[in-house]
Design a protein around this ligand. Structure first.
Ligand code: GRF
Length: 193
């Protein structure tokens, strides 16, 4: 029986799209049960275009209501993929799905993770620290912010000409390949993340 994934996103959804492409091309044997977004965002348009159910769960909804809806939508799921989801997940939700929630982050964790480290902020912080390389990380979600066990990383070299935007583009190119690889590996194995 095909494995089931739920994807959580808040933004453009290019990582979500990459998963869709890999599944549609038959590289990953899985079904995306639904997309959950915490705001109106381009990711929901992608879901619509590909006939994938999607739900908007505004982050300022009642906390318990969101928790129950999320838990219901993820019932019996094989893997939950946070692909640019900006709401911090409730620890009760995380505890319901131990080792089944993964996240992609645009830095080489444990560096440049935590509160406020999202979008261009991450890349600007990397440049401000005069790093010579950066990259992306797929990790298990635990109750901290970007602190869960690291599953895989990809690096990029920073050139002196890079600004936050060009670095973001470089890192994203790697993300779009790394996330499907990890999802495929996790779904193909019998063990949890
Ligand atoms: C990615 O950079 C990811 O690492 C981070 O949020 C961004 C989402 O981009 N968590 P997109 O919505 O997939 O284009």
């Amino acid at each position: 029986m095909s494995k089931e994934i739920v994807v959580l996103a808040s933004g453009n959804g290019s990582n979500f799209q990459s998963l869709i492409n890999h599944i549609e091309a038959g590289h990953i044997e899985a079904n995306i049960r639904c997309l959950i977004a915490d705001r109106p965002c381009p990711a929901t348009k992608r879901a619509k275009q590909h006939g994938i159910s999607y739900y908007e769960l505004p982050r300022h909804n009642d906390r318990m209501l969101n928790l129950h809806v999320l838990a219901m939508l993820c019932h019996n799921i094989d893997l939950i993929v946070c692909a640019g989801y900006l709401t911090i997940l409730d620890s009760h939700f995380i505890n319901l799905f131990p080792n089944k929630i993964i996240n992609i982050h645009p830095s080489l964790l444990p560096k440049y993770g935590g509160k406020g480290m999202y979008g261009l902020n991450v890349h600007q912080a990397v440049l401000d620290a005069s790093e010579t390389e950066s990259g992306c990380t797929v990790h298990v979600v635990d109750s901290g912010i970007d602190t869960g066990r690291i599953l895989a990383q990809e690096t990029v070299t920073i050139s002196p000409l890079d600004d936050a935007r060009s670095l973001q583009t470089k890192v994203q190119e790697k993300e779009l390949r790394l996330l499907p690889q990890v999802v495929k590996a996790l779904l193909g194995s019998r063990v949890n993340a």
